[in-house]
Design a protein around this ligand. Sequence first.
Ligand SMILES: CC[C@H](C(=O)O)C(=O)SCCNC(=O)CCNC(=O)[C@H](O)C(C)(C)COP(=O)(O)OP(=O)(O)OC[C@H]1O[C@@H](n2cnc3c(N)ncnc32)[C@H](O)[C@@H]1OP(=O)(O)O
Length: 316
Amino acid sequence: MGALVHRNGLPICIKEMAADLWKSLLQTAKEKIIQQRRASLYDCAHGYQEELIKKKLQQFPGGSINLSKEGNGIGILTLNNPRLMNAFTGTMMLELQERVTELETWKEGKGLIVCGVGNTFCSGSDLNAVKAMSNSEDGMNMCMFMQNTLTRLMRLPLISVALVQGKALGGGAELTTTCDFRLMTPGSEIRFVHKQMGLVPGWGGATRLVQIVGHGAALQLLSGAVKVDPEGALRLGLSEKTLVSSDETGSLEEARAWLSLYTEGPASVIQAVKKVVTAGKELPLEAALRTEKDVFGSVWGGPANLQALVRRPKHK
Ligand SMILES: CC[C@H](C(=O)O)C(=O)SCCNC(=O)CCNC(=O)[C@H](O)C(C)(C)COP(=O)(O)OP(=O)(O)OC[C@H]1O[C@@H](n2cnc3c(N)ncnc32)[C@H](O)[C@@H]1OP(=O)(O)O
């Protein structure tokens, strides 16, 4: 029996107190990680009016964002607006936020493939909606809405792949950069056409592109509105692999096979791997190390760790 102290006149064992404290520290750490992941970039302090933009986006219906969560922990997020080359309507932007919220609490999730229907990826915002929202208030609110949503998508504790078929233009090119990896089919292209629209990326695509290919290549792709084909993307490090198949079914199977190389094992461990890498990418050194410590604590002595200690795998 450990030393006793009195709290509210009652004898309490110091060991019990320490255990309680440790449990609450662990819980706080987990909550902190989840909060960090879910914390939005923008709120009313930045002039962001979420309810206002949600009402506005509702006015531009069409298409859908479908999510299939498969038993093996792989999610398939599909942009479904083939009539407009999978352009993002207002309601598709709202549905994307809903799907990301769903994925943030998917405990069995390990990987995510983002793709489009009709052998093409996405041709950016629906220009009909863009035209109707060309005033500053709507434009800025849509920009902040999509940055909030795509940043949360990027930070999902899932290993994500953009399966690029056909064209990924404008906001569609930006969407590819929210994924950890890109796989491209023969003849496909990623093209930041914003300059030709008198714009720059607004959904965070420029910031992420610089992180992926470096500032020089990013400047060329944006200022030249350069068509990046699979070979060029490989050279730039913008794509991991050019797939063999060009059709929807074949390329999705290839993407599944590629992703399975990195998602074998318990979801808790795969999610922990993505979290520590995200921390290393986004946080200053000491904060990244502290997050790594917290995530390490969430798997140390966990079921997967204890089972491995019993199995004693040989890493030949
Ligand atoms: C921050 C993001 C940024 C923003 O929000 O400001 C943007 O993303 S702006 C949008 C950037 N994207 C574009 O400018 C793409 C415009 N479309 C095209 O260049 C072509 O449609 C192309 C190359 C994707 C396909 O050309 P193709 O000749 O093969 O087919 P069609 O042009 O006949 O397209 C079929 C059908 O789809 C409609 N479409 C295609 N893209 C969009 C779009 N982004 N918004 C609305 N509608 C789009 C196109 O108009 C055709 O429909 P139809 O009714 O027959 O006119």
